[in-house]
Design a protein. Structure first.
Length: 88
């Protein structure tokens, strides 16, 4: 007897739910287009250009001091972010 994964008398009424599936699909497409139009793309540094510089400080970093030092260099729009734990 060969292995049979799907019984021969299987009846799944896919066509009975086609209207609901089409409506759900259309709703998701419209919602996706609306979100794209309202929020736009959130492009990372890979696509907008710029540089990423990572520094490690011996102790907790003073973000305010780092921002003030970088703003004095005339680099334009600078974003300073902390990541990791303070003891790393």
């Amino acid at each position: 007897m060969p292995l049979q994964l799907i019984p021969k008398d299987t009846h799944i009424p896919f066509m009975n739910v086609r209207h609901v599936a089409f409506a759900l699909s259309a709703l998701l497409v419209v919602a996706s287009i609306a979100l794209f139009a309202v929020r736009g793309l959130n492009l990372g540094i890979d696509f907008v250009g710029g540089s990423t510089i990572e520094i490690q400080t011996p102790g907790p970093a003073d973000i305010g001091r780092i921002r003030s030092l970088l703003s004095g260099l005339g680099l334009g729009d600078v974003s300073v972010q902390r990541f990791g734990e303070e003891n790393e």
